[in-house]
Design a protein around this ligand. Sequence first.
Ligand SMILES: Cc1ncc(COP(=O)(O)O)c(C=O)c1O
Length: 231
Amino acid sequence: MIGAGIAAFIAEPVQGEAGAIVPADDYFPKVREICDKWGILFIADEVQTGMGRTGKLWGIENWGVAPDIMGMGKAFGGGVIPAGNIVLSERVYEVMFENPYLHTTTFGGNPVATAAAIAALHVTIDEDIPGQAAEKGAYLKGKVHDLAAKYPDLYDDVRGLGLLIGMEFKSAEIGYAVTTGLFKERVLVGGTLNNAKAFRLEPPAVITYDQLDTVVARLDEVLGTVRKQFA
Ligand SMILES: Cc1ncc(COP(=O)(O)O)c(C=O)c1O
């Protein structure tokens, strides 16, 4: 039977390391439907997309879909403590009532890490980090779109949600030249694990509009230099 033996489907709501790839609007609703049909658990990896980065508290909320299991990390520790977490739906958690030994951990529930994570969640909600990421992300993506229109010979794509913005260039050489050029201008961007064609802009949501404008101005300068180099 199709689907038999498949325990789970796992995905990042927006693929981070691949260069901020956003799936089609109907992708996750269809995934949810297929998982429900065949009794497959849907796991959302919110390590990069969680804690407000995409403009919602959890990235998967952009599609109005509830996963069965959600993993989180990185910003979850507030940037001060290494902390990760999984959240299980009741249906999944219930399995542990019969067999609590299914999952054990040495550092689970560590009081310092837990206090940091709870504080990080409070700040994320109280300071509306998702809202800030949505607004500043729309502003920044708009500016990068303008640059892509100015340098169509260099750009292939601009994409992303909130403050997880990816840009893809015509070649790995161009992408690498832009990345290194920005680094010399003191702008550190997030690479991708696949190739140098794409990179990510993923500043913290507390970044100011002045700082965003500085990044855009330096990106513009670097693109001008790279254009001459590859002309
Ligand atoms: C999307 C994603 N999932 C999972 C992980 C692993 O998280 P950790 O390094 O906290 O184990 C990472 C780490 O970079 C990640 O980017």
